[in-house]
Design a protein around this ligand. Sequence first.
Ligand code: GLV
Length: 388
Amino acid sequence: MPVITSIADLKRLHRRRTPKMFYDYAESGSWTEQTFRENTTDFEQIRLRQRVAVDMTNRTLRTQMVGEDVAMPVALAPVGMTGMQAADGEIKAAKAAEAFGVPFTLSTMSICSIEDVAENTTKPFWFQLYVMKDEEFVDNLIERARAAGCSALVLTLDLQILGQRHKDLKNGLSAPPKPTPRTVADLAFRWRWGLEMLQTQRRTFRNIVGHAKNVGDVRSLMSWTAEQFDPKLDWEKVRRIKDKWGGKLILKGILDAEDAKKAVEVGADAIIVSNHGGRQLDGALSSIRVLPSVVRAVGDQIEVWVDGGIRSGQDVLKAVAMGAKGTMIGRSYIYGLGAMGQAGVTKSLEIIHKEMDISMAFCGKRDIKDVDRNILLIPEDFEGRWQA
Ligand code: GLV
């Protein structure tokens, strides 16, 4: 077993152990992947300011996200098809998050259903909702999330149509994979994945199969999205969903201060500055570059979080210092899951926690709640010379 010391190590192992189709699904952005790349490279532009001869004892990363206590300001993002990265992947990730003390978000496009995750965990998790044309089905999902005791609804606003990811088309992405000579050959090298998959019944989109009427081929995320997602989504509909849910609402996919203001008007509890991991509008700015303008616009009225490009504890620290009250990680835990199952998700959380804790100390801080822009060195033109 190799010694794992970083998220990059988990990524290498994930690539080796998981069928190419699913590794590629996680590791891609749309079209040229510019936004996907810049999500990570823009974090590198920001530097941390070292301070010395300060008391480093009794450090804490504990804080709150939408009123919930968290071990660090990091939640697991909703990721479609998590249960294809490893058998029962959503259950494994939820268990790891629960034990660590950070929130887990289940995607609408998950393999394990809301009920599967609820039956196998003890603490409330969050549910991510996509708005679909079939309002009855959307209402039904909201009811199921409520019945499962979910403590927040994460409504995704940036994926009513799917950005094109070339690799998914070329790989013929589906869940379960169709047995072609290529997928079978690929599996020969990933026999452990295959064996574990054979031991579970959870191999397709279980939030949908058996629940939605008039559904065509749900093996394919692409055809399902094209058929079912509602391209007419507007703020009125967001308000309707908020009223229907009645609980904490987090709006995901905000990438503009004007939209952030609308989210405040609607009465959301938090917003996530996000470009969907660079998987939707290729050419959009990285999330971390957009974050300061959104914090300036609404940071005193709503919790502003960020996701996209976070691959280390240092990245989380930078995001918090830039004004984010919380962050979400997607790929960083998916690498862990694909590499080593539940233990791998735990490992990714441990790595990020440790990196954040020690880096915070080097910056002269002991409490994540005291971290602010003073710990950063930011290039003068970081927010860019782009004019709207
Ligand atoms: C779904 O949310 C995706 O980005 O593939």
